[in-house]
Design a protein around this ligand. Structure first.
Ligand code: NAP
Ligand code: GLV
Length: 311
């Protein structure tokens, strides 16, 4: 084995692995790039790149594994996987394109809601000229990490009143920031709630009936983080009772969303298939290669996950 080069295994059950293989293979730091499933000898593989979930038995085939990276921002698929030894470094993607695309998606959803765009589209079909008024909105962003922070700053520059919520209190220009000690104050002002939290034991099911009740009447939900944050029945009840006015959902407990899930047909729900922000391989590969050099140089890896916190 060339001592400088690192052998890599890619396990991607959702995305096409080819752009990753092609991009990584161009680097002189990279040796063999394998794609799971494979019968090849994987005993020299030191880095595993995963987009979710990891098949059973993968880690058993990697006696020399030193580093695992999620190919997305989220790491919930790795945190809950008991086959991963706790001493292995786990990193994730923090990337300007990922933040840009998430911000653009949320702004799209927010604008469509603020400007009643779905109603205008329905009216056009029946040639109805109805001028629907709109008002400024107060937006609450749950999660002020790489994505929530970028979004909040852009929303401020677009003229929205923005509230932010995170585990540790942040200071962000133009954003009123809250933490767990004053969560109710955050919620009681929020007219559009954007969820950008990671899934952890503390945040699972956080979007439930009691949280919805604390939001302003008529509030709108945008869930772009994970399906496990949302109690689906509680959302449908809050919509049916008209406490909430609508929801834009990109992520679900079960993906693909099962055909018989009632959310599909709910008149106040808009669904997209986990496309709010998809990692751009060419950009993320630069980060992976940077970390690969750090691995070789025995330097700390970038964007390491804190396993105790779970994100
Ligand atoms: P991040 O940088 O890890 O930020 C997480 C934020 O959540 C931090 O501000 C953190 O607080 C806060 N937080 C964590 N636990 C909390 C708790 N119990 N109470 C309050 N706040 C808490 O994550 P990110 O890169 O912004 O990504 C966020 C999530 O977006 C990902 O985990 C992923 O699930 C989702 N995502 C979805 C898509 C999509 O296409 N739908 C794409 C990319 C990402 P501190 O700052 O105090 O630590
Ligand atoms: C997508 O869901 C991500 O976590 O990057």
């Amino acid at each position: 084995m060339d001592q400088q080069k690192v052998d890599i295994l890619i396990s991607s059950s959702v995305w096409d692995p080819r752009p990753w293989v092609e991009g990584l293979s161009k680097s002189s730091w990279v040796g063999n790039v394998h794609v799971w499933p494979t019968e090849a000898d994987l005993s020299n593989v030191e880095a595993l790149f995963v987009w979710k979930p990891l098949a059973d038995g993968v880690i058993d085939r990697l006696p020399n594994i030193k580093w695992i990276s999620s190919l997305g921002a989220g790491v919930d698929h790795l945190m809950t996987d008991s086959q991963i030894p706790r001493h292995i470094s786990i990193t994730r993607i923090v990337d300007p394109f990922l933040a840009r695309d998430m911000t653009n998606y949320v702004i799209m959803g927010l604008m469509m809601h603020q400007r009643s765009m779905l109603s205008h589209m329905k009216h056009q079909k029946s040639k109805i000229w109805e001028r629907i008024t709109y008002k400024p909105l107060k937006v609450g962003v749950m999660g002020l990490g790489a994505l929530g922070r970028h979004l909040s700053e852009k929303l401020v520059s677009l003229g929205f009143e923005v509230f932010g919520y995170s585990r540790t209190r942040k200071t962000l220009d133009g954003v009123t920031c809250y933490d767990e000690t004053n969560r109710n104050t955050f919620l009681s002002q929020t007219e559009v709630l954007v969820n950008l939290l990671p899934v952890t034991p503390q945040t699972t099911d956080i979007l439930d009936a009691s949280l919805f009740q604390k939001l302003t009447k008529g509030a709108f939900l945008i869930n772009v983080a994970r399906g496990n944050h949302l109690v689906e029945n509680d959302l449908m009840e809050a919509l049916d009772s008209e406490h909430l006015s609508g929801a834009l959902l990109d992520v679900f407990r079960d993906e693909p969303l099962p055909i018989n899930n009632l959310l599909w047909e709910h008149p106040k729900v808009t669904i997209t298939p986990h496309v709010a922000s998809v990692t751009t391989p060419s950009s993320a590969i630069a980060l992976l290669l940077d970390n690969l050099k750090r691995l070789r140089g025995k330097e700390p890896l970038l964007h390491t996950v804190d396993i105790r916190k779970g994100y």
